[in-house]
Ligand binder design. Structure first.
Ligand code: SAM
Length: 280
């Protein structure tokens, strides 16, 4: 397993508050698109759902809670460690209608065209090196009439800290290469709509998704550790020399300290873009 993939897994169990928030977004997504009731329009016996970049399987397992046995789920991620986590749950609970596979979301060549009724990709596309390829592939493997559902961050305080700390660090050392801005892509809802339309999907709309609450993450220390070990941050600082990396961590800590509330906890505001589009 490559370090890149492994670093995603190390996040999985260590930061429950953020994971809980991700579950909250999954449930809000289903409510917003009326899933699974919306599937009544399909008029078929079995409904096939792909969860691309599934991580620990939040979308799949939250969806299973509200879907009947006529749904089949395929959960894919390029991290075999995450797929192992999903498989452990499948085996432990003897789940019959979920399969988990290691797969790069930008290369689904092992999946025949016109396979899925729904493709979900929650908080994944911003990490793909070639995000448009995912949209092209999704448009191919969706059945005609099938729906693509993609969420990205419109606003995420952690992402803001990531960028602000990088900007501060770059300002502090002229030898530090500029941060890779692509990590914060897809905050603009219009970009999602444009790409979905370009790959031939119709009725593309992007709406704001906010659980109307702040994610309260308790003590700052675990947050800072989580923050620094996060693969997004590691990718961002990968081009920096060692002293700049330390400076980056200090800058991030200072910014997180500023976010402490009176109870000594950090509240993170998180707002998502939810894109839906249909294969003609
Ligand atoms: C922020 S996590 C989101 C996980 C999950 N969808 C959720 O909502 O909790 C991003 C995920 O994207 C996966 N990932 C990144 N690049 C990928 C790619 N090219 N193909 C498949 N998965 C990828 C990572 O392994 C990680 O599990």
């Amino acid at each position: 397993m490559s370090n890149k993939m492994d670093s995603w897994r190390s996040q999985a169990k260590e930061f429950e508050p953020v994971l809980r928030t991700v579950g909250l977004f999954a449930r809000l997504t289903f409510k917003t698109i009326s899933f699974p009731q919306i599937s009544e329009r399909l008029n078929i016996d079995r409904i096939k759902v792909l969860d691309a970049a599934c991580g620990s399987g939040v979308i799949t397992f939250e969806a299973r809670e509200i879907c009947n046995e006529s749904f089949d789920f395929v959960a894919t991620d390029f991290s075999d460690a995450y797929i192992q986590t999903v498989n452990e749950k499948i085996n432990k609970e003897d789940i019959k209608n979920v399969k988990a596979e290691v797969m790069d979301a930008t290369d689904m060549s092992s999946i025949p065209s016109d396979t899925f009724d729904y493709i979900f990709c929650q908080f994944g596309v911003m990490f793909f090196s070639e995000p448009k390829k995912f949209f092209t592939e999704a448009a191919r493997v969706l059945k005609p009439g099938g729906m693509l559902i993609v969420s990205t961050w419109r606003h995420n305080d952690l992402a803001k800290v990531t960028k602000a700390a990088a900007d501060l660090t770059v300002g502090s050392s002229s030898s530090t290469p500029p941060p890779k801005k692509d990590l914060l892509n897809f905050t603009d809802p219009d970009v999602l709509v444009r790409i979905a339309t370009e790959v031939g999907l119709k009725d593309a709309i992007s709406q704001e998704l906010t659980p109307g609450h702040k994610c309260n993450v308790g003590e700052p220390k675990p947050l800072i550790d989580f923050f620094y070990d996060n693969p997004v941050v590691q990718k961002l600082i990968s081009g920096m020399d060692e002293s700049s990396k330390l400076k980056y961590k200090d800058n991030a800590m200072d910014l997180i300290q500023v976010m402490l509330n009176e109870q000594g906890e950090v509240e993170l505001t998180m707002i998502a873009n939810l894109l839906t589009a249909i294969k003609p």
